[in-house]
Write a protein that binds this ligand. Structure first.
Ligand code: TEU
Ligand code: CA
Length: 557
């Protein structure tokens, strides 16, 4: 296993709009981020991934870009961006920017040109089609509900948008488009950033002919636009034209990949990406679709994570994440934010940092921030939520109870409420009116309180990050699932040279007497999330709700 800085990294994701507001307009900004860099330094993270800060009309909060070469005025200026980069590097923190090039905003000048006429030179920058039999060009369903096609009156054709209709897909088949994209990449790399998180990285290549999906009505069509026939060619071209000339990393966001497919992107010899975000564990509580929520079963989480550990063990490298700006808060989804807030937040943190792979922390996770109690549809801000309300509620203001319940559990706004800095107005995020509701639990859950308490979730994260820096076994050690059949306890071993870690995690809120697998080494405790650690007796361990224990020992050779 080759050593690399990004394998040893701990990455922290900032959603700039909700992180810290410096000027009282209710919107987080770059000076706000700079003012909190010391906080992140204290936490110990080594890389920051910034969700998009480019100029955008904010239909999808920056994931709809109208100018790739400029900063969103609400967030600051190019000079402030350069200062941010300098201040980060001065503290030894690297920067990953978000690269959103599957689509642009409708307000991007390319699209403004393209929609002027069918023979405009920019027409072919996007994907245009005639309707079929008086209807849509095909039956693909948008990821954000409804059809992927939007009719353009002026030129009497439809354009494709896998996401919102304000996000037209770029036509990657057009070599001129690809060259423009590589120019953008080189521009930011030349400014000295350290890499990219690549939005929807496996959706650039669509199936030629854009065939219908079998079935009546609109159909999910991801097999026709994810991991498409030319995707690896594009990845390698991007690498050749840009990435390989810099010492930077790339993390591709790739939903619908198996470990086998992921290896085609991240295999060390492939010359494509360094890591991907796989989504299998993000769909464990989905039924028919994401709005049909099922009970989460810990055993399935274990199975998926183990599968990925083994699947990428040889030639690849995993990313580890349990939430981000598109997902509900992990402590609310996989833990118990009411009865065992500290215990479940720290158990999940232990999982994140002791699996093999690079851990990604989403802002506020280190405080155990929870889902937000939304009461009315007026409190939502997310375009995905607006669209599902439009599609599935006859009265958008009063959606059916199950839909409202699903949105409250799984909706993306849960992750986007302001960072909770202190027990003061608006959680210390802004002196003005925040752009989105503040989670009312900020009186109890906030950075100031966490910093004052030596036994807080924050302090636990800090310790995990420190331990990871001190113990190479946490980074490079091999992984073995020691008890795959157990339904509540995740027990695994990490091993590097003579160091062995044994991790025992109670994934549930039940107390249980756990029979340790044979031969497990559990003498010295490296870390635990309960004050009193009871060492195992007779091979049995009494595990409290959401208890996490990490044992360390030297192998006898
Ligand atoms: O997300 C793409 C994606 O496929 C999912 O994360 C999707 O947003 C989610 O399943 C919907 O519930 C990326 C960005 O992370 C997201 O914020 C953007 O909205 C999206 O691309 C479009 O740019
Ligand atoms: Ca601001």
């Amino acid at each position: 296993m080759k050593k690399a800085w990004w394998k040893e990294a701990v990455i922290y994701q900032i959603y700039p709009r909700s992180f810290m507001d410096s000027n009282g307009d209710g919107i987080g900004d770059i000076p706000g981020i700079i003012s909190r860099l010391d906080y992140l330094k204290e936490l110990g993270v080594t890389v920051i991934w910034l969700s998009p800060i480019y100029r955008s009309p904010n239909d999808d909060n920056g994931y709809d870009i109208s100018d790739y070469y400029d900063i969103m005025p609400e967030f600051g200026t190019m000079d402030e961006f350069k200062l941010l980069l300098t201040e980060m590097h001065r503290r030894g923190i690297r920067l990953l920017m978000d690269l959103v090039v599957n689509h642009t905003s409708v307000q991007h000048p390319w699209f403004q040109e393209a929609r002027k006429s069918r023979n405009n030179p920019y027409r072919d920058y996007y994907i245009w089609r005639d309707g079929k039999n008086g209807g849509l060009p095909n039956n693909w369903e948008s990821i954000f509900s409804g059809s992927v096609w939007e009719y353009d009156q002026n030129t009497e054709q439809y354009y494709m948008h896998l996401f919102a209709r304000s996000q037209p897909d770029l036509n990657w088949e057009n070599p001129a488009v690809r060259q423009k994209i590589y120019e953008i990449i080189r521009f930011w790399l030349d400014l000295g950033i350290d890499g990219f998180r690549m939005d929807t990285a496996n959706m650039y290549s669509k199936m030629p002919g854009l065939p219908d999906v079998p079935g009546e009505g609109l159909q999910p069509a991801s097999i026709y636009y994810q991991n498409g026939p030319r995707i690896h060619e594009f990845m390698r071209e991007m690498n050749r034209e840009a990435f390989r000339h810099y010492n930077v990393i790339t993390v591709g966001e790739t939903s619908n990949v198996t470990p086998e497919i992921a290896l085609q992107y991240v295999g060390e010899s492939r010359g494509e990406l360094n890591m991907v975000f796989q989504f299998e564990h993000m769909g464990l509580d989905f039924g028919k679709d994401k709005w049909d929520i099922q009970k989460y079963e810990p055993k399935k989480l274990k199975q998926v994570l183990t599968k990925w550990q083994n699947g990428l063990a040889g030639d690849g490298w995993n990313s580890q994440y349990l939430n981000n700006h598109d997902q509900p808060r992990q402590v609310s989804r996989f833990g118990d934010d009411k009865n065992y807030h500290y215990e479940s937040a720290t158990m999940l943190a232990t999982l994140l940092h002791t699996l093999k792979g690079t851990p990604f922390i989403y802002q506020g996770e280190e405080l155990g921030m929870t889902n937000c109690p939304f009461n009315t549809v007026e409190e939502f801000r997310d375009v995905e939520i607006f669209n599902v309300l439009k599609e599935r509620a006859s009265d958008r203001k009063n959606p059916p109870a199950e839909l409202m319940d699903a949105i409250c559990k799984i909706g993306r706004d849960n992750a986007r409420t302001p960072m909770q800095w202190a027990d003061k107005e608006n959680a210390g995020f802004t002196t003005g009116t925040p752009w989105i509701k503040v989670n009312p639990n900020y009186h109890a859950i906030n950075a100031q309180t966490e910093l004052e308490n030596p036994n807080s979730v924050f302090r636990y994260y800090q310790k995990l990050i420190r331990l990871r820096k001190e113990n190479p076994v946490m980074v490079y050690g091999s992984f073995t699932d020691l008890d795959p059949e157990q339904k509540s306890v995740y027990c695994y071993r990490r091993e590097l040279e003579e160091q062995i870690l044994t991790v025992v995690l109670n994934l549930t809120g039940e107390e249980l007497l756990y029979s340790l697998p044979n031969g497990v080494c559990c003498k010295d405790i490296l870390l635990g999330n309960y004050p009193e650690n009871i060492l195992p007796a007779d091979g049995k361990l009494l595990l409290r709700p959401y208890q996490a224990l990490v044992f360390i020992c030297q192998a006898v050779k």
